[in-house]
Design a protein around this ligand. Structure first.
Ligand SMILES: *Cc1c(COP(=O)(O)O)cnc(C)c1O
Length: 391
């Protein structure tokens, strides 16, 4: 047999990753997403999902999905612009636009695809994109696509508005685009949205906000991070929200002005060249948005559990980042240390993922504790006690 040089090269790289403690493994769940996960026949408390309101396992939403499939079939059959745009998709767009207070919305199969549509589509005519250093990987990939079509990108230090203003003031680009996560996915902190909004106005820039972790959780009735800061709709503001996290289903939306959304619909390649999500997904999401709107009790429980966790881990050798959201990162430092801690928690029946570079900067490996409205006070106590034992 001829030696397969290319495969050998991949194997060597995989071995390097293993040696550096960077190999990632999938665990197979034998139960639906929820507060308890069954893995290898064992029940563990789940602090790993982004199911912040506990809606992924919600029976009403599952029923809407099943009813939707019976009424509308399994698949959409085509992309939205060909023949795959069904009545449930259309209804969901309108419901979401009204819910987040924007003139119009467009839905996507995933948040990753939504970001890949927004940034390159807007980045025409000598665009410069200004991006927070800790923005999500999907935004970074979106900027790579924009670069390939001639846009320039400039990164500013995390949430550093003075640095951003300097860059904006120094730029004479005819098309400026500011891009930021609203809630940073590995740190849990909130971007200074009012200041970003002000800078976008002052420097005549687009403002693209990724609210993957704020939609459903923050703001009155869970309307998201912009509502949390009471920021009004603006013609150059685009809001992306994912529907697979707090909304518990899957997909994403982009909300904006009539013109911006129409432009995205006409030009967004990841909107145009992909099959529309199954219509039943839209049925499930319509139900989910209703539950979110009336979900103050869920959000109150989430908020109480977050407070309980933060109060309880005060005197550990590791620090929680200053986050008020459901994402509570406990900074451990080195890869091996965070892996050992995550393994010890796992052995105690607690599933808390270890997040390592390249997802986070070197030396800041962490436990990413995800709090959910589904958790009970006893669940949080169990986690706090285990961390204290292991400290
Ligand atoms: C999860 C996430 C996305 C991607 O959304 P998917 O629907 O999972 O593809 C985009 N941006 C941020 C900040 C995220 O956390």
């Amino acid at each position: 047999m001829i030696e397969d040089r290319l495969t050998t090269e991949l194997a060597a790289q995989l071995q390097e990753m293993a040696a550096a403690g960077l190999t990632r493994r999938r665990r197979v769940l034998e139960s639906p997403c929820g507060r308890i996960a069954t893995v290898d026949g064992r029940n563990v408390l789940n602090f790993a999902s982004n199911d912040y309101l506990g809606l992924a396992g919600n029976a009403e939403i599952a029923r809407a999905l099943a009813d939707g499939a019976l009424q509308w079939g399994a698949g959409s059959g085509a992309s939205h612009l060909v023949s795959g745009h069904l009545a449930p998709h259309e209804a969901l767009e309108k419901e979401i636009a009204a819910f987040v207070g924007f003139p119009r919305a467009l839905t996507f199969s995933t948040g990753y695809l939504a970001n890949l549509a927004i940034v390159p589509t807007l980045a025409v005519r000598g665009a410069v994109i200004f991006s927070d250093r800790l923005n999500h990987a999907s935004l970074i990939d979106a900027m790579q696509l924009a670069k390939a079509q001639g846009a320039e990108t400039q990164r500013y230090a995390h949430c550093d508005m003075a640095a951003l203003e300097k860059l904006l003031a120094a730029s004479d680009a005819p098309n400026k685009i500011i891009v930021s996560d609203a809630v940073f996915s590995m740190d849990g902190d909130l971007a200074p949205l009012p200041l970003l909004f002000e800078l976008a106005e002052r420097y005549d820039a687009w403002l693209v906000i990724d609210d993957a972790h704020g939609f459903g959780v923050l703001g009155p009735q869970g309307r998201g991070s912009l509502a949390h800061f009471n920021l009004p709709h603006h013609p150059r503001l685009l809001l992306m929200g994912t529907l697979g996290k707090a909304a518990g289903v899957g997909g994403a939306f982009v909300a904006g002005s009539q013109t911006a959304i129409e432009y995205l619909l006409q030009k967004g390649r990841t909107y145009i060249f992909t099959t529309a999500a199954p219509p039943a997904i839209a049925c499930a999401l319509s139900k989910s948005v209703q539950i979110i709107e009336h979900g103050d009790a869920l959000r109150a429980n989430l908020s109480a559990r977050i407070g309980q966790l933060r109060d309880g881990v005060g005197d550990l050798p590791w620090q929680l980042l200053p986050s008020a959201t459901a994402i509570q990162p406990l900074i451990v430092g080195e890869n091996a240390a965070v892996l050992a801690l995550a393994t010890a928690l796992w052995e105690r029946g607690l599933w808390v993922p270890a997040i390592r570079p390249p997802t986070v900067p070197k030396g800041t490996a962490r436990l990413r504790i995800s709090v959910s409205a589904a958790h009970t006070a006893a669940d949080i106590d169990q986690l706090i006690n285990a961390l204290k034992e292991l400290a």
